[in-house]
Design a protein around this ligand. Structure first.
Ligand code: ZN
Length: 171
């Protein structure tokens, strides 16, 4: 499995993650500096030993509009663990507007829930309260941290101090 490196912007805010070879290249080209290295691993070549990067920081500030986690059908299913949020089945899934669209409900992270077709049609144009159907969890927008976990499979301890800022900003 490819290990991942946390890339910090020039102001030390978390920007993205990249592969170890990419991180080496950025440091080698003097576009970035090593901020933290992995304690468990070193890279060995015939003649030398290098610390394995864990966190690097770019020398120049990169201004990126934050795109966040994309609001897609698949990402909603993923957030909800591919289970209907009313009955728990994982068959025949679709998206439910918690507050129905016909009543002004938005197409947004906090108004969309995974629902099976059966529950979805049973709920119809009602709110969960009116239909007497209880949501298993309140829909929410995944945070940057959740996104990182999805993408890299794990979050390293050395990343934690740098993630808090971004986390707060995009709650
Ligand atoms: Zn259901």
């Amino acid at each position: 499995m490819g290990r991942k490196v946390l890339v910090l912007n020039q102001d030390y805010s978390a920007l993205s993650i990249c592969s170890v070879p990419k991180a080496f290249l950025l440091v080698f080209l003097e576009k970035a500096e090593l901020v933290a290295e992995s304690e468990q691993f070193t890279l060995r070549t015939v003649s030398a030993e290098f610390p394995m990067p864990s966190v690097i920081r770019l020398h120049r500030y990169v201004s990126l509009p934050y795109k966040g986690v994309m609001l897609t059908r698949q990402n909603i299913f993923k957030r909800d663990g591919h289970h209907c949020q009313y009955c728990g089945t994982s068959d025949d899934l679709t998206l439910d507007h918690v507050l129905p669209k016909s009543r002004g409900g938005k197409t947004s992270w906090d108004n969309l829930a995974t629902a099976c077709k059966r529950c979805n049609s049973r709920k119809g144009d009602y709110t969960p309260e009116e239909a007497n159907m209880k949501l298993r969890q309140k829909p929410f927008k995944p945070t940057f941290l959740v996104f990182l976990r999805e993408f890299s499979g794990s979050i390293e301890q050395s990343w934690m101090p740098f993630l808090s800022k971004k986390e707060k900003a995009f709650q």
